[in-house]
Design a binder for this molecule. Structure first.
Ligand code: FAD
Length: 474
């Protein structure tokens, strides 16, 4: 009897270890691993520049792990896959589930048509600790608030699956390469802007495992205290690895529990609950699929956002004259990443002090972040804007000056990304506009020339935001 041949369709699960669909495909027989660069996604939801850079390197790494057997395609999976099933005489296909509304619709349609044509289709959970459909309130409805979702819903549900060992053996079907080359997917930038990103990251399964090991050795046991300080390496930086599925949340969850025990340590509990926020974002996206496009709180549909191309550009380029905001936006541009505390500060500044819609911020992050993720990015932007699920109320407006003074006391973070401010004393590093002339002179700084004057007055812009909010409050 001949051994069955199946397609293993890699998507956001670019790894060999703890990959349930890959394990299942290998148990079945021979495999043909493929990756499709999906061109059928909704407008504006193609991966941004930084994500494409990451994807290229992650696929290179996965292909090496698969001994060069990964076949690459570009186009609409609903057209490509049925053609490949026939061309390869495959009997089935395996994939791990994705959760963006358009991915769910596409997969449902594809599954139905393949099954109708007599193919076996197997989909698995390879990306979440608890899939959104498995958690609901007692009345059957969906949670909208994080703490009960996580503490009552998730932690009382069946524990997450323990990570699987990689397949004992991967046998590749002997088929011709029908795909294109990775280079022809054109994921790398044509002009060279990626040096800073390349210096900061090692995409791929091995890079992810190293990052986790480093975090567990160096930072996990101080996570709760350190995670808010952007100049400290206090967080895991696993987000892009998680987004591309180079590591599963299950691997992280159990690596942490196995090392630190199942105790109540506040650092470990806080870190695991951050993974819970990732789960919550996917949960929200699944149950409220308009999350990327519409305000979760419809009251905000009437909000009078400002349109100012010049202010938006100053924000994007890290030229607002507010040091902690500019440092964050430059970190983003240079490394494809921004510290979580600073993401909240720059988000609040855009939406509240500049009164520019959260959609603009979300779009910019989508293009620049290596961890750009439809669930986490849109849920977090709505949270920052005050219109999201479990969001801080709109009237809580971060004061970027106080945030800088509290979380970057010595100004190390600002000095890293705004070197023109380096010689300012700590007292003025977060408010150069308050520095006396002789201090500015000594620091070699002319405001308005070397570094911008503040784009807005923090007090007045705060009041403007509160006034705009009071118009929709009732
Ligand atoms: P750690 O502190 O080490 O946390 C571990 C993991 O938990 C992260 O890797 C991430 O997967 C998850 N996590 C942590 N915080 C959050 C959170 N608030 N929401 C969801 N998941 C979380 N995260 C993304 O992965 N992609 C995005 O596109 C994204 N956009 C954001 C936009 C804004 C405006 C804000 C305020 C936050 C955004 N986040 C996003 C959440 C958070 O900032 C990042 O996940 C975190 O900074 C990643 O760094 P880390 O891996 O060191 O996190």
């Amino acid at each position: 009897m001949s051994v069955p041949v199946s397609i293993m369709w890699f998507r956001q699960d670019l790894r060999v270890k703890d990959n349930p669909a890959l394990n299942a495909a290998c148990d079945e027989g021979k495999i043909i691993p493929i990756y499709i660069y999906d061109t059928s996604v909704p407008n504006g939801r193609e991966p941004g520049g930084a994500s494409k850079w990451w994807l290229h390197h992650s696929l290179t790494s996965l292909n090496e792990r698969l001994n060069g057997h990964l076949q690459f395609f570009s186009g609409d999976p609903e057209i490509i896959i049925p053609e490949l099933m026939e061309a390869f005489s495959a009997s089935g296909i395996f994939w791990n589930r994705c959760y963006a509304p358009w991915q769910i619709n596409r997969d449902k349609a594809l599954k139905a048509s393949l099954k109708e044509s007599g193919y076996a289709v197997t989909s698995c959970n390879g990306s979440l600790l608890w899939e959104p459909m498995s958690i609901s309130k007692k009345d059957g409805g969906a949670y909208k608030v994080f703490t009960p979702y996580y503490r009552k819903g998730c932690l009382n549900a069946a524990p997450p699956r323990y990570p699987k060992a990689p397949p004992a053996r991967i046998t590749y079907a002997d088929v011709p390469d029908k795909g294109t080359s990775l280079a022809r997917l054109s994921l790398l930038p044509e002009v060279n802007w990626d040096d800073g990103i390349a210096e900061s990251w090692t995409p791929g399964e091995e890079g992810a495992a190293d990052r986790l090991a480093h975090f567990m050795d160096e930072a996990a046991c101080r996570y709760k205290e350190d995670r808010d300080f952007p100049a400290t390496a206090g967080t895991s930086k696993l987000s892009p690895h998680l987004h591309f599925g180079e590591i599963s949340p299950n691997q992280i969850w159990y690596a942490i529990k196995d090392k630190f025990g199942d105790n109540e340590d506040k650092n470990i509990d806080t870190f695991l609950s951050e993974l819970g926020w990732r789960e919550f974002s996917y949960y929200l996206l699944f149950h409220f699929p308009t999350l990327p496009n519409r305000n979760f709180n419809a009251k905000f549909d009437k909000f009078a956002w400002r349109k100012s191309a010049a202010d938006l550009r100053a924000w994007q380029q890290g030229q607002t004259g507010i040091p902690i905001v500019d440092a964050g936006m430059r970190e983003l541009w240079q490394t494809g990443y921004m510290h979580n505390r600073v993401r909240m500060v720059v988000g609040s500044f855009l939406v509240k002090n500049l009164l520019i819609s959260w959609h603009e911020g979300e779009r910019w992050f989508w293009d620049c972040l290596v961890d750009a993720d439809i669930a986490s990015n849109t849920a977090s932007w709505q949270w920052v804007a005050g219109c999201g699920a479990d969001a801080a109320p709109f009237f809580r407006i971060f004061n970027p000056l106080l945030q800088g003074e509290k979380f970057d006391k010595q100004g190390e973070y600002v000095r890293t990304y705004c070197p023109e401010l380096s010689d300012l004393p700590n007292k003025y590093i977060h408010k150069p506009w308050d520095a006396p002339d002789e201090v500015l002179k000594k620091a070699g700084l002319t405001l308005g020339e070397d570094y911008p004057e503040p784009l807005v007055d923090l007090k007045a812009s705060r009041q403007r935001a509160l006034d705009a909010f009071s118009d929709i409050k009732g």
